[in-house]
Ligand binder design. Structure first.
Ligand SMILES: Nc1ncnc2c1ncn2[C@@H]1O[C@H](COP(=O)(O)OP(=O)(O)OP(=O)(O)O)[C@@H](O)[C@H]1O
Ligand SMILES: [Mg+2]
Length: 378
């Protein structure tokens, strides 16, 4: 087992297309790290450089002590699992799992033991004599995992391994992957575009956008302290609401003004926000930090937005309230018992302590965080 260290690792494809730009990241020994971000943000490129399936344009990657930039893929001692399981159709499950070991000339007895062990861990011992076409999607994916496990590599690389499975199986297999990691402790780099999958699986998650790491931190830290507007909007469902406005300062307090409202921001943020008084900023508020009910709200004053409710969707114990303020649409996720009617005007209370203020633009910096906190900690 080993850590994987990226240092200024960059991939530029032919024609100057940026695949991944100056990746600086240490995946710790035994860590499960998830690369997440929208399509084209550079997740697969980053992973494929570790696997040796893409040349590194500049910078380095180390696995353990070893610089692997110029090491052949087969000699990197890693195992990769893809979205398409790519099993050999004419081979049994046993042979599929044994194939890589056989190529590497492992002794027969050793191969048998490793395959039996992996099959037991994955619950597919009964399937070893079957061919892939006689397996369900979930079982095939487990065979693909088994093929990686038997190698006992220094690191596992996963590129969207669950995306061919239906929703229920995905959630089940996700839980299995997590418990598998708890048993094997193999350093893992896992790629997905699904932020929920990232949050549930990762010890830390790495949010990427346009080839660049935006933030690397534990899931809840990313959720509670997103370093910029892109991360804030990408992590969480329904996504964070954004409203454009201005910061104003008076009497030692800082206020956000916009959408017909004036909101007092927590004193704790003053030190970071005061320099931006008078500037255009974007307010960020998560759906669960709004309510028609004042009780249980945080903050020392009532911060409210006057909204026009358009649609209410009941989800069970919560409901989503779709609202308008002028041209802006917002979503609040509230307790299902709150009385809110469609097509009504009402006041929405905000959890003042949970508000975020961003600089304008798609990746505007979160101004509520200290300068150190808003650096990319990888
Ligand atoms: N072989 C290639 N040649 C040229 N450009 C490429 C190549 N592979 C990827 N790219 C480009 O590099 C960027 C990053 O692609 P990458 O496949 O790493 O994204 P991704 O985050 O894995 O996306 P997805 O979620 O769609 O799989 C994209 O702009 C993509 O178009
Ligand atoms: Mg990809």
């Amino acid at each position: 087992m080993a850590e994987v260290v990226f240092k200024d690792t960059t991939k530029i494809y032919d024609g100057g297309i940026v695949g991944a730009k100056s990746i600086n990241l240490t995946v710790r020994d035994r860590e499960f790290i998830v690369l997440v971000g929208p399509s084209g943000c550079g997740k697969s490129t980053t992973l494929r450089m570790v696997a040796g399936l893409e040349d590194i344009t500049s910078g380095t990657i180390h696995i353990g002590e070893r610089l692997i930039n110029n090491v052949q893929p087969k000699d990197r001692d890693i195992a990769m699992v893809f979205q398409s399981y790519a099993l050999y159709p004419h081979m049994t499950v046993f042979k599929n799992m044994a194939f890589g070991l056989k190529l590497r000339k492992f002794p027969k007895e050793d191969i048998k033991q490793r395959v039996a062990h992996a099959a037991k861990i994955l619950g597919i011992s009964e399937l070893l004599d079957r061919k892939p076409k006689a397996l369900s999607g979930g079982q095939r994916q487990r065979v693909a995992l088994g093929r990686a496990i038997v190698r006992e590599p220094q690191a596992f690389l996963f590129d969207e391994p669950l995306s061919n499975l239906d929703a229920k199986l995905r959630v089940e297999t996700r839980a299995e992957l997590k418990s598998l990691h708890r048993r094997l402790h193999t350093t893992t780099i896992y790629v997905t575009h699904d932020q929920e999958e990232a949050m549930t699986l990762g010890d830390r998650i790495v949010v990427m956008f346009e080839g660049v790491i935006q933030q690397c931190a534990a899931p809840l830290e990313v959720y509670d302290y997103p370093v910029n507007r892109f991360v804030a909007g990408f992590v969480g469902t329904p996504p964070m609401n954004f409203l454009e406005g201005k910061l104003t300062g008076s009497n030692g307090s800082v206020w956000w003004e916009g959408a017909g409202a004036k909101l007092k921001l927590p004193d704790a943020h003053n030190q970071y926000l005061v320099d931006h008084a008078g500037k255009d900023v974007v307010l960020g508020v998560r759906p669960e930090h709004m309510s028609s009910n004042h009780e249980g709200r945080f903050g020392d004053i009532d911060n409210v937005l006057s909204v026009e409710v358009s649609v209410v969707e009941i989800l069970g114990d919560t409901k989503d309230v779709h609202m308008k303020i002028g041209d802006n649409t917002l979503v609040a996720r509230v307790n299902a018992h709150e009385e809110i009617s469609e097509d009504s005007q009402m006041q929405m209370y905000l959890d003042t302590d949970k508000l975020h203020i961003f600089e304008p633009g798609d990746i505007g910096v979160n101004l509520c965080l200290s300068k150190e906190a808003s650096g990319v900690s990888a």
